[in-house]
Ligand binder design. Structure first.
Ligand SMILES: *[C@@H]1O[C@H](CO)[C@@H](O)[C@H](O)[C@H]1NC(C)=O
Ligand SMILES: [Zn+2]
Length: 317
């Protein structure tokens, strides 16, 4: 803490030029990735850890894994939901939510499924979740369109309680520490009966599934259409802010190029100085190197003021 107090995180000249541009910008895009949630303490997808160390997360996040073994896939997602609920939105989530309330022409595209932006009160109409959410559920039956959002019930059904072995205390903190740090090869996942998994209340037939985009699936059409509509609504975009995601890979790189083609200046917030956009940095762009939780509230301050209140929508459950 002392070191951050003596050394400004953001060079004052950059801060000044960025804020001057932010203040006069009317069409702003933000593109969010995992780095935004890193200082909320969320383990990354591939490093899910704990119980799941011996499973390949990529293999579980597919439609065919779900049809083969819905119990196992639900256990994995129940764990990820639980971990995401242990985490709290950080000041960057709140700062972006506040910017969305104050700047009418601000649109946010997020690759995160952790629910932290919605919990921070980011208005849903200006938050497009490219990869869905751990807290959406939808019917897995092709002919049924049932879906719900913001379901923070944990576990979602009793059978999906995170298993613990008998020798261990079951307090949340012990459980969490164990899941994060200690090999759980002695904990066996219980076999789940299909009847114990969440069932669609609409068709009463299909299993519910997590509302995330799995490998091999298309990004949600309605979300892509909303983004398209916003982008084509005007010939200009003033600014794109890329936070905690590699601006070199799809879809981030594509949106950066698209925004640039409409005149946008690019601001990158990333801990890794090498995560520059594929097209490079142009004169007039900004690279803010460091933790999003510290940098984002600071660079947005000229519009949003100080972030003080931090209500958490998941706590009302
Ligand atoms: C979440 O989904 C489960 C399973 O369908 C359901 O029992 C529960 O009531 C839902 N929670 C909320 C808050 O809607
Ligand atoms: Zn259904």
């Amino acid at each position: 803490m002392a070191s951050t107090a003596t050394r400004p995180i953001v060079p004052p000249a950059d801060l000044e030029s960025f804020q001057a541009h932010l203040n006069r910008s009317t069409r702003i895009l933000a593109l969010l990735g995992a780095g935004l949630s890193a200082s909320s303490g969320l383990p990354t997808f591939r490093g899910a850890g704990g119980l799941w160390r011996t499973h390949d997360a990529v293999q579980l996040a597919t439609p065919s894994a779900f049809s083969r073994d819905p119990g196992l896939v639900w256990q994995f997602y129940s764990y990820r939901r639980h971990m995401a609920l242990q985490a709290k939105p950080n000041p960057a989530h709140y700062a972006l939510a506040e910017l969305a309330k104050r700047k009418e022409g601000f649109m946010t595209l997020s690759q995160n499924v952790d629910g932290l932006s919605p919990r921070a009160g980011h208005p849903a109409s200006t938050l497009k979740l490219l990869h869905g959410s751990l807290f959406d559920v939808k019917c897995s039956d092709f002919f049924c369109s049932y879906s719900e959002t913001a379901n923070y019930t944990d576990p979602i059904v009793p059978a999906l309680q995170i298993p613990t072995d008998e020798s261990d205390p079951t307090t949340t903190s012990a459980l969490q520490a164990r899941e994060l740090d200690i090999s759980d090869s002695n904990v066996l996942l219980p076999e789940l009966a299909i009847r114990d998994l969440p069932r669609c209340p609409n068709c009463k037939k299909g299993l519910l599934r997590p509302g995330v985009v799995w490998f091999g699936e298309m990004l949600p059409t309605a979300v892509l259409n909303d983004i398209d509509r916003w982008i084509t609504e005007s010939n200009t975009i003033d600014l794109i802010i890329v936070i905690g995601t590699s601006a070199r890979v799809y879809p981030a790189a594509g949106y950066v190029d698209l925004a640039r083609s409409k005149g946008a200046r690019v601001a990158v917030v990333n801990v890794d100085r090498d995560d520059e956009p594929a097209s490079g940095m142009y004169q007039g762009d900004w690279f803010f190197e460091g933790d999003a939780a510290q940098i984002v509230p600071e660079i947005l301050k000229s519009v949003i003021g100080e972030i003080t209140e931090m209500p958490d929508a998941a706590e009302e459950r």
